[in-house]
Design a protein around this ligand. Structure first.
Ligand code: GLN
Length: 541
């Protein structure tokens, strides 16, 4: 029977609750346990799919096609376990399910209320779709004290009571700030945050205290005393130089030990050798490469979380530090400005939506192609590279995407039908925007002998998608004559999945999001290869 660990956050947001949950998952895994991580988000959107990346950061897509919170990316990168649609839920989804049931008459005339109907639906979700997991870690989004999170807190309170101490544990992540004028770390915000939790009936079993400096023993004792926890269960979480050092740092502070102690488990010590190795590699790279990421949401780097991590994984595999230059593509709308990319070792145009900044991306792809700088186009970045090649290699100047409006030469067009397994998915132009893209894992067939077939070491792959438009197959022949090869296609041969330029050191565009599948201990082959090409490039310039 699975044990549940509920993780809440207090004092302020952005303390890294997702990362911290992922790190605990990794530690329990290193002790030989099977873990599962889940995220409960209190906002009213049914999923984050329709939210602006500026507001919410990246939308993380699972194999089974759910658009989820970016914390699921941390879970996968740290534990290597693929999340499922059932690992992410929001207030919006819970309510829409409850209301749909009410409309069907499933409640048999009852008055529908937050308690018990909404809280029951949350509890069901938390316990659904589980197998033989030893631990289920449930992270509650938001900060304790928010109105929105109350039904979730009530649901986990009830669950804690139903499951008992031996099967449920409450972890609370807080901040212990340093006040320079007083020259002291302050415990009061933590005390208040715990009071807030206690007011809704939750007594945390362990406090994870973020701090920028060592928390003295007497402060920890004070926190323990006021917050009603064991002194050894006040764990300090100091800032670290790399996120991948977090599991090691937590272990050194006794976090996983306290968790096992809470459940009365006499577990073996974790084997953290591979974590230590990887952190050593991160700390002593043999070189550095400069990668320009030419995108749109560059003012909020959370919008490209998985991308940044996948590039780092590529760096670790090549023993180099990857320096990322985030550049707003609008800067490159004027041809001459693109010269600023001179000297970078690789150019990456990531996924994106909408016309703004697209000409800058097209110019960047052209610069990379002509100057023979490694180019990696992801989703939108592939589409822009194909438009560029159609304009400047094939000579069709008006080539464009219908995403930007009607075009006489729609090299990229709206997808209205595609095949998923044996099912034909259809979409109407002007339909709902939420949850209607081509989402999740789809297979692709690679051209034998192509660069990508070599990089993957196979010709059948499965990658995660999130797009509404596709490269128009009708331009294939003309593009291939000019040297842009369609080296990956959907199994039915209709949807272009990968393009590459054989006569170039490294020029690859992919319609999917490989960054979503890169993990610390299983770096994605395309990122390993791209950074490898950047290393070669760095020796040339
Ligand atoms: N906007 C493009 C589309 O919908 C690309 C999407 C993306 O980059 N994720 O097809």
């Amino acid at each position: 029977m699975s044990r549940f660990i509920f993780i809440t956050g207090g004092v302020v947001s952005s303390l890294g609750k997702g990362l911290s949950s992922a790190a605990l998952g990794a530690l329990l895994q290193a002790r030989g346990f099977k873990v599962r991580l889940r995220k409960l988000d209190p906002y009213l959107n049914v999923d984050p799919g329709t939210m602006s990346p500026y507001q919410h950061g990246e939308v993380y897509v699972t194999d089974d096609g759910a658009e989820t919170d970016l914390d699921l990316g941390h879970y996968e990168r740290f534990t290597g376990i693929s999340c499922r649609a059932t690992d992410s839920v929001t207030t919006g989804k819970i309510y829409s399910n409850v209301i749909a049931k009410e409309r069907r008459g499933d409640y048999l005339g009852a008055t529908i209320q937050v308690i018990p109907h909404v809280t029951d639906a949350i509890k069901e979700w938390i316990k659904a779709d589980l197998g033989d997991e030893d631990f289920v870690l449930c992270e509650i989004g938001g900060t304790v004290g928010d109105i929105e999170s109350l039904p979730f807190l009530e649901a986990i309170r009830q669950l804690g009571n139903e499951l008992g101490k031996e099967r449920a544990m409450f972890v609370h992540l807080t901040l212990v700030p340093y006040i320079p004028a007083a020259g002291e770390l302050k415990t009061k915000p933590t005390q208040h945050s715990v009071k807030e939790l206690q007011a809704v009936g939750i007594q945390p079993d362990l406090l994870l205290c973020r701090s920028d400096r060592e928390i003295p023993a007497d402060s920890r004792r004070k926190i323990a005393q006021f917050c009603n926890v064991r002194p050894s269960a006040v764990i300090q979480a100091l800032d670290v130089d790399t996120i991948y050092a977090v599991p090691l740092a937590y272990h050194a502070e006794g976090y996983d030990h306290e968790v096992c102690r809470h459940f009365g488990i006499d577990a073996r010590e974790p084997d953290l050798s591979r974590w230590q190795e990887v952190v050593d590699r991160i700390r002593s790279p043999e070189g550095e490469v400069n990668i320009a990421v030419v995108g749109k949401y560059t003012s909020l780097l959370d919008a490209y979380k998985s991308l940044a991590e996948a590039l780092r994984h590529g760096g670790i595999a090549n023993n180099v530090r990857v320096k990322l230059n985030w550049i707003d593509s609008e800067i490159f709308e004027r041809q001459d400005t693109v010269q600023h990319l001179e000297g970078v070792h690789g150019i990456l145009v990531p996924g994106g939506f909408g016309e703004r900044g697209s000409e800058g991306k097209i110019n960047s792809a052209r610069f990379a192609r002509e100057r023979k700088i490694p180019y990696f186009g992801i989703c939108f970045g592939m589409q822009m590279a194909v438009i560029e090649a159609t304009r400047n290699l094939v000579g069709i100047e008006s080539a464009s995407s219908t995403e930007f409006g009607p075009s006489p030469e729609p090299v990229v067009g709206l997808m209205t039908e595609w095949v998923r397994g044996n099912v034909l998915e259809t979409r109407a132009a002007g339909g709902d925007l939420g949850g209607t893209m081509r989402l999740g894992a789809y297979e692709a067939v690679l051209k034998p002998g192509s660069a990508v077939a070599q990089i993957y070491g196979k010709t059948a792959i499965s990658e995660r998608h999130r797009h509404r438009y596709e490269v128009n197959f009708n331009y294939k022949e003309r593009l291939e004559q000019q040297g842009l090869v369609f080296s990956g296609m959907s199994p039915d041969g209709i949807l272009p999945e990968i393009v590459e330029i054989p006569d170039h050191p490294w020029f690859i565009g992919v319609q999917f999001h490989p960054e979503l599948k890169s993990r610390l201990f299983e770096p994605h082959p395309l990122f390993v290869s791209f950074i490898g090409a950047a290393v070669t490039q760095s020796r040339l310039v």
